[in-house]
Ligand binder design. Sequence first.
Ligand code: GCO
Length: 461
Amino acid sequence: MTTPQRVPLAVPLPVPGARPFPDGFRWGTATAAYQIEGAVEEDGRGRSIWDTFVRTPGAMLVEGDADVACDHYHRYREDVALMRDLGATTYRFSISWPRIFPDGTGRPNSRGLDFYRRLVDALLEAGIAPYATLYHWDLPQTLEDGGGWRTRSTVDAFGDYAGYVAEQLGDRVEHFFTINEFSNIVDNGYGTGAMAPGLKLDRAAVNQVRHHVVLAHGTALNAIRAAHPGAKVGLAENVNVPVPLSDRPEDVRAACNALRDLNAGYLTVMMEGRYPDAFLEREGAAAPVHTDDELAVIGAPMDFLGVNIYRAAAYVRAAEDPDGYESAAFAGTHPHAASWHLISPESMYWGPVLLNHVWTPASIYITENGCNSLSGADGHPLDDTDRVTFLRSYLGELQRACADGAPVAGYFHWSVMDNFEWIAAYANRYGLYHVDYETQERTAKLSAGYFREVATRNAVV
Ligand code: GCO
């Protein structure tokens, strides 16, 4: 028998931790109420537009509902322990509006609020800072029946709800996100109809919905500050990130132009308090009806910016006009995870860097990033090598953005565990933990171990 010999190395091995994140950087995961909680009829919860949508014939791409989902409503303690095992120091979750106000307005339901008190207490006990999102798509059905985001009254109802939650949870929660992913709510909910409430309105009506949703953000921000002056408030937007095709200053400049333009009706108006002229011209008679007072509310300064970054929106380069940009089409062979999810790790560098160039936010959080991995297909449900490589490349780019001065304060991975993926139901799996939906057993995947290494070393490994 021969004894294995240690291979002599001429060059030293890499040093883990050589690519550090800033001191105090926060590591966590993100979820949304409807995607994990289940218990849809418990403790006085009202119905939301998603309860309706999942039961609408032909609405879902893959049949399924979230009546049980991950049963997190009952298993939250176990789930907080999973987060602690990941080395997480923070957690972003959403509050279900119809648990707090079953009909959207009126009398609050204290049993609904108690659930979030218990959850937050468990997080704090585990040393995990709670970041609460007030709206992750579950509009109370009663409000939709009265016109939903088409009406100004829903904006006011959202402000009242946000202020009430901040007042009630302000002793335990410091950080609030108003609204998650504006364009999904507006363009998919009311434009293409692909998501709840599944309407296909004309362009002018969609623009008015858009205006109401950005106005709801500012209204909620002011209400939260009034109810809880110590609160820190921002939003969580799936910002369209343009990636310059080279580092040449003229291409980067073009990418800055593209950032403002590609987000004109959303982040740009919320950061600048006015709709860009190019947007108003483009929309013409269909442009949203608005007032200067509303723009002042929409543009209220935030304490931080939350951005969900999964992919580049476009690859761009300089145009002849120095205020413009040119986009290149994605190649048909561009690698992807889920069909919409073109893999583009450099978006995690250019997102924060361009946001910093254009708007200099006080701080930025990556409020979502992750990928679908169907590691179960070959009988190894826990070997999600694609998610590990995804994380390693995206986090490498994020570290580079921090090193180049982008003020990124934390990263929330989507998601802690597999969950209800909207119209795809349970067909996609985004978790660091695998969920067996028959038994509700959670099991760590390879990526959970990788995440733990990164979080505990505060460095790319
Ligand atoms: C979002 C999210 C999540 C999704 C995730 C994966 O804010 O977009 O919708 O709810 O599950 O993005 O698609």
